[in-house]
Design a protein around this ligand. Sequence first.
Ligand code: PMP
Length: 427
Amino acid sequence: SYDGPRAAEILRKRSEFLSPSLFHFYKNPLNVVHGKMQYLFDEDGRRYLDAFGGIATVCCGHCHPQVVEAIIQQTKRIQHSTVLYLNHAMTDFAEALASKMPGDLKVVYFTNSGTEANELALMIARLYTGSHDVISIRNGYHGNAAGTMGATAQSIWKYNVIQTGVHHALNPDQYRGVFGAEGEKYAKDVQEIVEFGTSGRVAAFISEAIQGVGGIMELAPGYLPAVYEIIKQAGGLCIADEVQSGFARTGSHFWGFEAHGVLPDIVTMAKGIGNGIPIGAVVTTPEIANVLTRRNYFNTFGGNPVCTAAGHAVLRVLEKERLQQNAFVVGSYLKDRLKDLQQKHEIIGDVRGRGLMLGVELVTDRQLKTPAKAEILHIMDLMKELGVLVGKGGFYGNVFRITPPLCFSKEDADFLVDVMDMAISKL
Ligand code: PMP
């Protein structure tokens, strides 16, 4: 039982002492006081199925005992900055991470967040190529610092930062895009950006394999191979932002880019890789990594023993509990059930995604694809009342994002779909 501060008091303090820019999803925001695997518990002990938190925080489940234990044990031994002395936690995790990467991707830099990882990746690409121009995809999200906010291509996430040398390419959006699922046609836009918007040489192309914040948009097939070739010809590096789609989530593969048959020059990751502990990483080849020896590169906490011990424990759990396979099996089952639900409810315009990274786009008119912005809020609130938490995203805010911890079961999938069905029916 919980006898700490209640939601009303927390809200009051939040409005008084925290940034007014903070937002929350629900009419009555949840005071989450405890988590266990795929479940969250509120101040009254009510249990909720967490079908969203897997992405931002916990890839293998809230408070997973093995990860918690690794954090406790490391904290008791030593927590320190990473740079001054040796400690095996960092090197062990780096080695384990490198073993999960294809090709020659085996040099790891640790950061504290996804933003930092992408900022570093962009800088490395600029240093390595000697070029400045970066191409990212419209509707993508890459972070909230100066460089990554420039690469992010949704006005709702951008302040008036000066975007030097960033170009935003057509989104290979299979649902709303002009070329449907024909990836190669969208890739021509990248070719034209190189030809007409740059000197012909670029530093980098950065993209997610499945846009997360953008509403679980899986890039049209054929797009990435074509773009990677164009970028290579222009002397640039290809950066795969795996902050959301990495770490076994897509089920069919460990990394999202692998489903597209491409090999990036740099891979970035964060969020779930620490199961709730802040850690990010950039992985690249020894040759590219060499550019950082030109100056001193320093990050006080990047790769600290506690965070890397947590990351290493996450990798072990993913393997031991065969969570990638679970993401594949349960994710495929859930997607099928959501597709069935689409047959029943006119408001579901699209069901998409891969593994346990699924999106349900709500529209008030299937032909016009009018975003059901208000409806989604009601349904989401009702689902919460019925005990299921889902996320929301997409440029119009009309897409359910279903990204649970990877321990999600078929029974959880059934409960989620039944609750969504009931909530939509009540609308
Ligand atoms: N890349 C992607 C694909 C993301 O979704 C996010 C966070 N939403 C980031 C980068 C930035 O990560 P962080 O919030 O840890 O800085």
